[in-house]
Design a protein around this ligand. Sequence first.
Ligand code: ADP
Ligand code: ASP
Ligand code: MG
Length: 402
Amino acid sequence: MLIVKKFGGSSVANKERIFNVAKRCIEDYKAGNDVVVVLSAMGDTTDDLIDMAHSINPRPPKREMDMLLAVGEQMSVAYMGMAMDSLGIPAISLNAFQVKMHTNSSYGSAKLKSIDTERIRNELEMHKIVIITGFQGINRMDDLTTLGRGGSDTTAVALAAALHADACEIYTDVDGVYTADPRIVPNARKLPEISYSEMLELASLGAKVLHNRSVELAKKYGVQLVVRSSLNTNEGTVVKEAARMERMIVSGVASDKNVARISVMGVENEPGVAFKVFNSLARKNINVDIILQSVGREGTKDIAFTVAKDDLDAAVDVIKDDMKIFTAKGYEVETGVAKVSIVGAGMTSHPGVAAKMFGALSAGGINIKMISTSEIRITVVVDEKDADRAVRLIHDAFDLAD
Ligand code: ADP
Ligand code: ASP
Ligand code: MG
């Protein structure tokens, strides 16, 4: 069997944890498997690097940022190679350059384009454990890029697809995917399995247990994932094509505090205005999430939308520059907001799901600022200070606890 095993930052946070991971990989290796290991940066390394960078330059060039952040993963793989060597096991660490992990040039959120598996195959043939840096890639100028926060999951899935691996295991600091973040909802329930579509929504809406693009890739290439803990041998959660007969109405609640709201006020109530606003944002590569347009009055209307907090400065620059083009009279920014969402494939066939969610929020005196729905999810924007309580109230209302 060829097994891809990915370990997140907390799983390699210190020497003991590094040896713990080494031993788990060696077990599979000794059982006769080909083992490819993908690692994240140790503990808070990536956050620390970002803090230091911002202390030097509050808006550092994205290229330099990726040059910096790629360091974290390179440390982990080298330490792991050393740990395995000290345990008498042949292993080799490789970075994105060495495995020709090609991405586009969107520094900070690069998309994988291709992986050359030749080097990995050669090393596996020589019976080595191959340890690969997660999160990083190279673009066509041979510059280092990174895939976005949490991107090591995506590296692992991409490698599993490219190598036609028999298993792709994502090891983290919780036992699997839960009905909500167990740090926010202590009695959340572990899901034995979840469909790609539901997991993709949860991940995109803030459940950072998996990088959303890793789920997208897994779905596209049919890579079945197992999410489990690196610290015990409990069964994890299988992420795969929907298999259950009975679909859960709601499979999980997610929240995302990395959100800011921008309102563009007093734009003319005529065709093409929304196009102009979102076209300008798209041209600067800014992802817009929930959009709310007010009812027009006296020939004008307001358009409000959310962006990731990291994109806020860039989005405000666009709005300021293009105010005249949008015919806007002003704009407002709100940062203390969060998104809270429910996800469930069974939602479509059950009326009253939204009412139940809004009822839970209303009972808790939590004001809803924006609402957005799709077939399998409902998202509300609330005050950031209410977000955790909102998650717990909704989790209770749908009876998701253990
Ligand atoms: P890693 O460093 O291993 O990649 P992350 O910190 O990126 O780990 O992701 C794991 C964390 O995701 C957990 O510690 C947990 O707090 C959080 N999380 C958020 N939502 C969920 C969920 N629905 N199920 C499990 N964990 C979740
Ligand atoms: N080290 C990177 C981050 O913290 C990638 C990852 O952990 O997946 O975002
Ligand atoms: Mg992660």
